[in-house]
Design a protein around this ligand. Structure first.
Ligand code: PRT
Ligand code: ZN
Length: 285
């Protein structure tokens, strides 16, 4: 019995999806582009490579047990699957963009306008919620050129850096959805498959946690140790070891990336020296 996971065949989620499986200690026999399926050599996992748009359907129909797909695609397709875990990559937003020269006071601007998008369902919901009557023009690619060639007044498309909009004379005017890649699963998995999903999820969470944290080592004179420990959150409490040089200690701890720079400044202020910061590969708490 093998768990079947559907991931994107090529595109923006492919590399990160394969990397995540690798970081979970799963060796894929053939993780190259162009292959339709492969098996892991050290975990009961079969990988199906698909177009991202098809992944929700495959998981809902149990052709695949689980999948990695953007929340944007998941919501647009409306298939019934479980969202198991957000994965922290493929971050983007679905936004309304209008020509740079236009003032956009709010959704009302869209009244009676023509909007080009590949996301007719999400856009339709947004317009309905805002009581706006607009024409949705569905196109499957190169949405950003629609206003320039007179096909639409505005677009609704994914944005990450914003450079595509900029290059096409458009400005991001309203975010209607924030999205990232998610692990999804079929609603009716057997107990054995659920156990395998949980095993994989345990590893994914350890990888995610490790990415958010850094291991920190520093030296301090013994009379400063108490003040420094107060600054360091640590998992339980920091490790304090004596240095060969008497009167000095080495302190080890784990800090979160979010407040990392503040903590470093405070540590320096409290007398820490020789601060080393190293990445953590896995964190199991
Ligand atoms: O062939 P397949 O159907 O599998 O792939 P696809 O071409 O439909 O999707 P792909 O590979 O482009 O994107 C897969 C997923 O990546 C999307 O569903 C999102 O969940 C996520 N993602 C994250 C993005 C972006 N960021 C993104 N910037 N998907 C697309 N874009 C496009 C956007 O459509 C626009 O054309 O990038 C352009 C804007 O980028 P910036 O950086 O210029 O703003
Ligand atoms: Zn697609």
């Amino acid at each position: 019995m093998k768990l079947k996971i559907a991931i994107q065949k090529s595109g923006r989620l492919f590399e990160e999806s394969v990397k995540l499986l690798k970081e979970c200690g799963i060796d894929l026999n053939n993780g190259k582009t162009g292959v339709l399926r492969t098996e892991a050599s050290n975990f009961p996992l079969e990988v199906l490579f698909l177009r991202d748009d098809d992944i929700p359907q495959y998981v809902a129909d149990a052709v695949a047990d689980i999948g990695i797909v953007g929340e944007n695609v998941l919501i647009e397709k409306g298939k019934v699957v479980n969202k198991v875990e957000l994965l922290g990559f493929g971050k983007c937003r679905l936004a309304i963009a209008v020509p740079k020269s236009e003032d956009y006071p709010g959704a009302k601007w869209l009244q009676g306008k023509k909007i080009a998008t590949s996301y007719p369902v999400i856009l339709g919901d947004f317009l309905k919620k805002n009581n706006v009557d607009a024409e949705i023009h569905e196109i499957s690619g190169s949405v950003e050129i629609a206003p320039g060639i007179g096909l639409a007044d505005a677009i609704c498309d994914l944005v990450s850096s914003g450079s595509t909009l900029f290059m096409n004379g458009l400005k991001e005017s309203e975010i209607i959805l924030k999205s990232e890649a998610a692990l999804v699963s079929n609603k009716n998995l057997s107990a054995e498959k659920t156990a395998l999903v949980n095993k994989l999820l345990f590893r994914i969470q350890a990888v995610k946690k490790a990415k958010r944290n850094k291991y920190i080592l520093l030296n301090a004179p013994n009379d400063k140790v108490e003040a420094i420990i107060k600054i360091l959150p640590g998992m339980k409490s920091p490790t304090v070891l004596p240095l060969a040089q008497s009167g000095w200690s080495s302190i080890h701890s784990v800090v979160q990336e979010d407040d990392f720079w503040n903590i470093i400044e405070n540590l320096k202020g409290a007398g820490a020296q020789g601060i080393l910061v190293v990445p953590i590969e896995k964190m199991i708490i």
